[in-house]
Design a protein around this ligand. Structure first.
Ligand SMILES: Cc1ncc(COP(=O)(O)O)c(C=O)c1O
Length: 380
């Protein structure tokens, strides 16, 4: 377990801004996912945090992987490159899904040699896959309700239910094999009914495909969206898992392989950020702290992930509502406009945030010349 004392010590030893990853917590998250969803094969969504050390820990724990770019594919490939050809081929087929529905031609050309499973959701993609990666297996990404998810994905991705089976038959006609369906209910989905609706829809499409003569589908990919416990309003994972297990049992026979692509759930609670106060001012009567990490760096999720992170002080004392700003010269660099922090923090004092492992350091930039936070791995 990472406690405040250890975080402070690590920051004193390594400097700030600091991003700390607890590998025991990564393993706990993976085993919790497996324990509560025993029928579901967990493909860690590498985009949530693509640090190779994190990928290695999940690899060693036995996870499968969802990659969405060639650089992500290569991070995973690094751990299997020395396997004998046949074994590696089987591993890729069983444990990697390239889950970006739109792929560059060059990506498909490179992927073809690995005969991977890839997602698609439109006719142009079928033509591209046929031309550049005919050895790939396909999973049709369908559009499902994303209501109430923190990050909605359904306006950018997914075939409409009415065209789904047409797209399956079109791929079949092109000589490709559609292995099954995939969906994503939206990231940080606290509305568990999204899964119920999506599973029902997928089951109906399995039936429609069969009725229309297509019988080769044998897998269902239930995507990501599993919520991290950012606050008490998030109901326990076991409740969601019970619901999913019940619906899977009701709608999908045992011979249908079930996979999922959890990202946030696997890494969010394993990441911590420690930053230092660089400046302090009072603006319009409000206390403002300026810290050495911000939205172009570890707090990028404030912008890209619609996520709010709380900042806590190591020092105690009377508190007030403060603004917390990042270090860059851009007014967008606002970590929070309302954090309850001690009033008497001094320049050089440290702040920390918990549950910041997903979609955070992964999208850090070098904007304004400020480097991403140093990463320290604990319990590796
Ligand atoms: C295709 C796909 N799979 C999985 C994920 C991971 O989702 P989450 O982090 O909500 O589990 C994402 C996130 O955007 C995604 O786009």
């Amino acid at each position: 377990m990472i406690n405040r004392r250890l975080l402070k010590k690590l920051a004193e030893q390594n400097g700030t801004p600091l991003f700390v990853v607890d590998h025991d917590q990564l393993r706990r998250n993976y085993s919790q996912f497996k324990r509560y969803l025993p029928r579901v094969q967990a493909y860690y969504a590498v985009k949530a945090n693509s640090d190779p050390a994190i990928v290695k820990t999940f690899y060693e724990a036995g996870a499968s992987f969802d990659v969405a770019s060639m650089p992500e594919f290569r991070i995973v490939y690094e751990y299997i490159k020395d396997m004998p050809d046949k074994e590696r081929q089987a591993w890729i087929w069983d444990k990697i899904i390239y889950a970006n529905p739109t792929k560059a031609e060059a990506t498909l050309q490179e992927l073809n040699q690995y005969k991977p499973l890839v997602t698609y959701d439109n006719y142009e993609e079928i033509k591209k896959i046929k031309r550049h990666a005919p050895l790939a297996g396909l999973a049709l990404r369908i559009k499902v309700p994303n209501t109430g998810a923190m990050v909605e994905l359904s306006s950018k991705f997914g075939a409409a239910p009415g065209e789904a089976v047409d797209l399956i038959l079109a791929a079949d006609k092109a000589g490709l094999v559609v292995e099954g369906l995939s969906f994503h209910v939206g990231s940080q989905t606290t509305n568990f009914q999204n899964y119920v609706a999506a599973l029902e829809l997928a089951a109906n499409l399995f039936k429609e495909a069969k009725d229309r003569g297509y019988t080769k589908m044998n897998l269902l990919d239930i995507g990501g969206g599993f919520p991290a416990p950012y606050d008490d309003s998030v109901k326990p994972f076991r409740n969601l898992a019970a619901l999913i297990n019940r619906e899977l049992g009701r709608l999908f026979p045992k011979n249908i392989q079930i996979l999922a692509e959890p990202g946030r759930f696997m890494v969010a609670t394993a990441g911590y950020a420690v930053s230092k106060i660089l400046g302090k001012a009072v603006r319009d009567g409000k206390l403002c702290y300026y810290i050495d990490d911000g939205v172009y760096h570890t707090f990028s999720g404030v912008i890209f992930d619609h996520c709010h992170y709380h900042l806590k002080a190591f020092k105690r004392g009377p508190t007030q509502i403060c603004s917390v700003f990042g270090p860059t010269c851009d007014a967008l660099d606002v970590v929070s406009m309302a954090e309850q922090l001690p009033s008497d923090l001094k320049l050089g004092d440290l702040l920390y945030s918990e549950n910041i492992g997903a979609y955070s350091h992964a999208s850090s930039t070098w904007f304004n010349g400020f480097a991403p936070a140093k990463v320290v791995h604990v319990n590796q």
